[in-house]
Design a protein around this ligand. Structure first.
Ligand code: PFF
Length: 464
């Protein structure tokens, strides 16, 4: 087990790799969109309160479980209680599904980065550019395969030579780039055709002010649920990734400070992404310009970069390069957790496992990518929207499976195994487990209750 491929070198390596998993497109496109839609500062308060309570509880549980059992999801849950092996299997299936579409998004981002780097920034701002790109049966597939191959290569190299090396370089660069763009966004100023002037600082005020006008209990419940589902996805919890990463952490590493740093980096980048995107969109398109998900990143932002004039190309390059880093470090965590589980189940070597999975995923990711062209389907989802294959994978993994796993794992740890199992691991080496009392209450009572509501709501059974 003391093999270099199965351990992080130390705390910094672990924190950067784990934060690399956490910081991804969820921070860059989903968080700013939700913040703008859900009352600005009101969403921020709710979100950060949840990070410190729910996020903390789930992150601690995953990481400590991984380190204590030294196993990935299937092995870890089986060790806790053999009857709960099924929970390990469902947990393992989440990254299995996420991998099929996260690489597609990584491919789209790579394409836009290449466009900006080769002087095509103007073209990306044209109406219909993104749609005509993703509906082509060749170009997006090529970029998806490149991104999948790159991910596989890093995972092939192992924990220290692959994951850690890449994260040590990409995470600091990513941080510098987002801070640079955020600073630039605040200096923006624009007067539109109707003579209305808006500044980046006004956009910042819009982002930070808690908008409570017309707030009802139902609306607040909706904001709470939006924040909670964002939190899971963003922290990469309840999908086995942090269990696998926890299993690579040496016993002498203080898990408490590591958890604080991961929470801080993830929430920090999400917050800065808001400062980067909301004022820029506000200046050029007003509040109405904030669109959801892919269309924010691939339609609205290229138009905003275009409106910035010459500086826009540079800002666009910085943005898409930072997005590649964010997506790649997340994608390697998804594949790593699949690989780790498979290595344990089949007693196979890393090299062989990665090779087999690469072949499978090159095919699977291409199929999902072709869901906008050859395999175009209109699939009605329980939340009332209609989506393509990518949305279906996203819906099943994030809206159905993740809350269900979180619910079951809190019941298992809180009531069957008992919280002391996790607390002992957090207090290993005499380390102080700061929010211990909070952890006990959260894992036994509050988290299971809220997870049940989230699960019922996101599957459409309950309608708040
Ligand atoms: N946490 C990443 C984000 O916020 O984009 C996304 C992610 C990474 C989701 C890894 C799932 C995952 F397995």
């Amino acid at each position: 087990m003391e093999h270099k491929n199965n351990h992080f070198s130390g705390r910094l390596g672990f924190v950067l790799v784990a934060a690399g998993s956490a910081v991804g497109v969820g921070n860059l496109w989903r968080f700013p969109y939700l913040a703008a839609k859900d009352g600005g500062g009101l969403f921020l308060i709710v979100y950060f309160a949840l990070v410190l309570t729910f996020g903390f509880t789930l992150l601690v549980s995953d990481i400590a479980l991984g380190r204590r059992t030294k196993k990935s999801a299937i092995g870890a849950y089986t060790e806790l209680n053999p009857k709960w092996r099924f929970l390990g299997i469902i947990t393992f299936l989440v990254p299995v599904l996420i991998m099929t579409y996260y690489t597609v998004i990584g491919g789209w981002i790579t394409k836009f980065a290449v466009d900006f780097l080769t002087g095509q920034a103007g073209a990306t701002a044209q109406d219909g550019y993104f749609t005509s790109f993703i509906t082509s049966p060749t170009s997006p597939v090529i970029f998806t395969l490149i991104f999948t191959g790159l991910t596989a290569l890093i995972v092939f190299k192992g924990v220290q030579a692959g994951l850690e090396r890449v994260s040590r370089y990409m995470m600091p660069v990513l941080l510098i780039l987002v801070v640079f763009i955020a600073g630039y966004s605040l200096t923006l100023e624009h007067t539109d055709a109707d003579g209305v002037s808006r500044t980046g600082l006004q956009g910042l005020v819009y982002y930070l002010t808690p908008h409570t006008e017309g707030l009802t209990l139902g609306r607040f419940g909706q904001i709470l649920l939006d924040a909670m589902s964002q939190l899971f996805f963003s922290l990469s919890v309840s999908m086995g990734i942090m269990i696998t990463y926890g299993s690579y952490v040496k016993k002498d590493v203080n898990l408490n400070s590591s958890v604080h740093q991961i929470e801080f980096l993830d929430a920090g980048v999400a917050f800065i992404a808001g400062v980067m995107i909301i004022p820029a969109v506000y200046v050029f398109s007003g509040v109405e310009g904030m669109s959801a998900g892919p269309s924010l990143m691939f339609i609205s932002l290229p138009k905003v970069f275009n409106a910035m004039g010459k500086a826009g190309t540079l800002v666009g390059i910085a943005f898409f390069v930072s997005a590649i880093f964010a997506t790649l470090t997340s994608c390697i965590s998804v594949l790593e957790s699949i690989v780790a589980n498979c290595m344990e189940i089949f007693h196979a070597s890393r090299e062989k496992t990665v090779k087999v999975l690469t072949v499978i995923y090159l095919v699977a990711c291409a199929v999902i990518c072709l869901g906008y062209s050859i395999f175009y389907l209109e699939i009605p989802l329980p939340n009332g929207s209609v989506g393509q294959l990518l949305d279906l994978m996203d819906y099943i993994s994030n809206s159905v499976m993740m809350p269900f796993i979180a619910l079951l794992s809190t019941v298992l740890i809180g009531w069957i195994v008992k919280p002391d199992y996790i607390i002992e691991e957090m207090e290993q080496n005499g380390d102080k487990f700061g929010r211990k009392g909070l952890y006990r209450i959260m894992i036994r009572y509050i988290a299971p209750a809220m997870m049940l509501v989230l699960f019922l709501q996101s599957t459409g059974i309950l309608d708040i």
